[in-house]
Design a binder for this molecule. Structure first.
Ligand SMILES: [Zn+2]
Length: 410
């Protein structure tokens, strides 16, 4: 294969991926005006339904605009030899390979977030604001941006530096050390995410004693679930949308309820949502997810190790000196069709897990309460009740509301 040929393969992958996304969202948009399935006709009132349609259409337009913009910029960057220029710059600044990698990747990330931030600003302060979801102040928006930027620099930069170091020292066996490092990092993150990272962005408080706490404790005792930590998180400072999730491993496990959830649902409904989360725990979904992800990471790194030293990767971008960072960029694009496929498999596994957690909630709590809570949550987030099948298949980590209700009533 010639470098020129590889270059065109890269461009083709980028464009096909873009087109695939556009076709899927277009198909999905064709269903925005569908009538409700019968099970769902009590979710929205007429005026809320009109609002939800307007919300979907507005978001659709913005996503077409932002993805078209980013594909044009990306392809231009390739054709104008942006990578070769950037590579030459970082080589002038330093001869240290680790620093070269950090500068190179860092500048690309800063550049792309400068290009995407205006869209996310518009989404938050124009669209979400208009539809009444946004609670975020501009100060909060920018402090969030700065904090997550710093986290990326410290954690992402640290890991990238270590991986480059492994590559320098061990050549193609770097993948094993990297695999170990990433597995270790995700265990640590699982354990300490809620106690170290979340507090940077949100306040978490223990659920106060009262009717709800008593009900949740009663449910836990009856179902043999050891409950040490129920936290309430102040999600309301950013958005009115509600959520609940499970995090941590072993003694660090905790259930986190959004304060918005406590406002929108009654006690029986929250117990049912809680039962769904306990279902994920009882069926060991967190553990399975960890193992599948770790296995996939290992495979990806192994394939990366086979290709990364090949000088054709750099040559395809008109760069003479092969390097770790150029290898990473080219590989990430060449690998993306495979990761699209594994993503699809992961989503289908995730939908299966959601059914299992719903089934657990069905047998241990009141399924009708889970149904009304799901309906309230869908209504409050103006979620799409009639998505296209292909979109669900490709992107949905949860079954649709209709599918979940049918399953809960089965
Ligand atoms: Zn779930």
């Amino acid at each position: 294969m010639t470098p020129q040929y590889l270059f065109y393969i890269i461009i083709t992958i980028l464009c096909v991926n873009f087109l695939k996304d556009q076709v899927l969202s277009f198909l999905n948009a064709q269903h925005f005006n569908d009538a409700f399935p019968e099970e769902l006709n009590d979710v929205y009132e007429e005026k809320d339904y009109l609002k939800s349609q307007a919300y979907k259409k507005t978001n659709y337009k913005l996503s077409v605009l932002s993805s078209s913009f980013s594909i044009v910029v990306t392809v231009l960057f390739f054709f104008l030899n942006g990578f070769a220029l950037l590579d030459a710059y970082v080589r002038e600044w330093t001869s240290n390979e680790i620093l070269q990698t950090l500068y190179f990747v860092g500048i690309l990330i800063i550049g792309s977030s400068l290009l995407t931030s205006p869209f996310s600003y518009y989404k938050t302060f124009v669209i979400e604001e208009k539809f009444g979801f946004n609670k975020m102040t501009k100060t909060l928006f920018f402090t969030d941006l700065i904090k997550s930027g710093l986290l990326t620099v410290i954690l992402g930069g640290g890991i990238l530096a270590l991986i480059t170091y492994f590559y320098q020292q061990t050549g193609s066996s770097f993948w094993m050390y990297t695999w170990l490092l990433i597995a270790l990092f995700s265990v640590v993150m699982n354990l300490f995410y809620t106690s170290l990272i979340v507090p940077l962005f949100n306040k978490q408080t223990l659920l106060e004693a009262g009717e709800l706490k008593t009900a949740l404790e009663k449910y836990s005792t009856e179902n043999g679930f050891q409950l040490d930590n129920i936290f309430v998180i102040d999600g309301s400072k950013r958005s009115t949308k509600a959520n609940a999730y499970f995090s941590g491993l072993g003694p660090k496990k905790r259930i986190v309820l959004y304060d918005t959830l406590l406002n929108d649902l009654n006690t029986e409904e929250i117990v049912a949502v809680f039962a769904h989360e306990v279902g994920h725990f009882k069926k060991k979904h967190i553990l399975y997810n960890f193992f599948i992800t770790t296995l996939l990471t290992g495979c990806t790194l192994y394939i990366l190790s086979l290709l990364i030293a090949n000088p054709i990767l750099a040559a395809s971008l008109k760069i003479d000196i092969p390097s770790f960072h150029i290898g990473l960029i080219v590989f990430s694009i060449l690998y993306s069709p495979i990761s699209e496929f594994t993503g699809l498999v992961m989503h289908s596994v995730s939908r299966k897990f959601e059914y299992q957690a719903d089934n657990y909630a069905k047998t241990t709590s009141n399924p009708e309460a889970l149904i009304t809570s799901l309906k309230k949550l869908s209504k409050n987030s103006l979620s799409n009740l009639t998505p296209h099948k292909a979109t669900v298949f490709m992107y949905y980590s949860h079954p649709t509301l209709k599918q979940r209700i049918n399953n809960l009533r089965k």
